[in-house]
Write a protein that binds this ligand. Structure first.
Ligand SMILES: *Cc1c(COP(=O)(O)O)cnc(C)c1O
Length: 363
């Protein structure tokens, strides 16, 4: 078996894998309805919310699009707080649907500065919503969302959050932090295959939704809510992925959210310590380094593309490279969902062998 250590999709526990061999059921029948209710209730626990939570069939990016088109109208001013590829993508979606995007971008590898968010909100009183990525998977940085949220709420703006690679792995109390719409994706910390986005929607977000004029048909929170009341989804859902989620949520609640968060914190630290022990440096500023993905800087003649190939060919380990301008400059280890310290030790041990084979001179 391949040792897949990219920041999603992740490997699946056996119980989850087995659950997907089940025969199809009627998605408009009682059995699916019960499962949908159960999954939704469990998701609320892990989102730490009493808000509405919906399952949407699509990848994380589909979830981000759903967030935008359900809360905004063309011409709305939105502040885009971006620290990497996924922050930029969130803004690009808003722009595509006609929002007036005011970018607030930070150097890749750094977290967003809450004071800068305050200044941007002071400078432009007409801003309606703030877009922010909780955990920037492209750089391995986790934003201080509690601080950002308290400022956004001081100004009484809508806060739309990409938590695709953090929810269920890193602490994210949706209600305590007053997040209006929060989206995550099934293949990240949830130990299930790609195919589902999960979103929470606050009262304020519902108010915004009632006035939102961006076009939406498939992604429609009103339809999602009225169908959920009938224990259904508006469109045929990815039933097998819901089977999987039903099993994985059971496992997650058995482990307990605080234990899951602590496990990711331990493993994140092990990954960072491991990278440093190899003589490499972290791409992320360490005070905000992510507990779900670690980005290491390339160095000293190291050919990261060759390194990734040798890891795959000779050690069966799959890591991720850098995206866009970070290609060849960093590589990334995913450590979220179904992962133990042992998995990361295996990666670090293999890197110890492969780094010198890939041109790394060490220090
Ligand atoms: C993976 C990821 C996405 C994109 O999700 P897809 O499922 O690939 O569409 C967006 N934002 C973040 C932070 C991610 O980690």
């Amino acid at each position: 078996m391949e040792n897949l250590r990219v920041p999603g999709p992740t490997p699946l526990p056996n119980e989850v894998l087995q659950s997907m061999t089940k025969q199809m059921i009627n998605h408009r029948g009682a059995e699916f309805g019960e499962m949908l209710n159960d999954v939704t209730a469990k998701l609320k626990q892990l989102f730490q919310t009493k808000q509405d939570v919906f399952l949407l069939t699509g990848s994380g990016t589909g979830g981000l699009e759903a967030v935008i088109v359900n809360t905004l109208s063309p011409g709305d001013k939105v502040l885009s707080v971006s620290i990497g590829v996924f922050g930029d993508r969130f803004a690009a979606i808003a722009k595509e649907f006609g929002a007036e995007v005011i970018p607030l971008s930070f150097e890749w590898g750094k977290a967003a500065d809450a004071d800068a968010v305050r200044q941007a909100l002071q400078a432009e009183p007409k801003i309606k919503a703030v877009l922010v990525t909780h955990n920037e998977t492209s750089t391995g940085v986790t934003n201080d969302l509690a601080s950002i949220s308290s400022i956004v709420k001081e100004f009484d703006k809508l806060l739309l959050v990409d938590a695709i690679s953090s929810l269920g792995s890193i602490d994210l109390p949706v209600d305590d932090w007053h997040l209006d719409v929060t989206v995550t994706g099934s293949q990240k910390g949830w130990m299930v295959p790609p195919g589902l986005a999960m979103v929470s929607v606050s009262q304020e977000a519902w108010q915004a939704h009632s006035k939102a004029k961006m076009p939406h048909f498939y992604w429609d929170f009103t339809k999602a809510k009225s169908y959920l009341e009938k224990e259904q989804t508006p469109w045929t859902p990815a039933i097998s992925v819901v089977f999987a989620l039903s099993v994985s949520l059971e496992m997650m609640l058995r482990e307990g959210l605080s234990n899951i968060i602590a496990r990711h914190a331990r493993i994140g630290k092990a990954a960072r310590d491991g990278i440093k022990s190899l003589g490499l440096s972290l791409f992320a500023e360490e005070s905000h380094a992510s507990n779900t993905v670690t980005a290491a800087r390339s160095a000293d003649g190291l050919d990261t593309i060759k390194m990734l190939q040798i890891l795959k060919d000779e050690h069966n380990i799959v890591l991720a490279g850098g995206q866009q301008t970070l290609s060849g400059k960093i590589f990334r280890i995913g450590h979220l969902g179904w992962v133990t310290e042992n998995d990361i030790e295996t990666v670090i041990s293999a890197l110890r062998i492969v780094l010198p084979q890939s041109g790394f001179k060490g220090d």
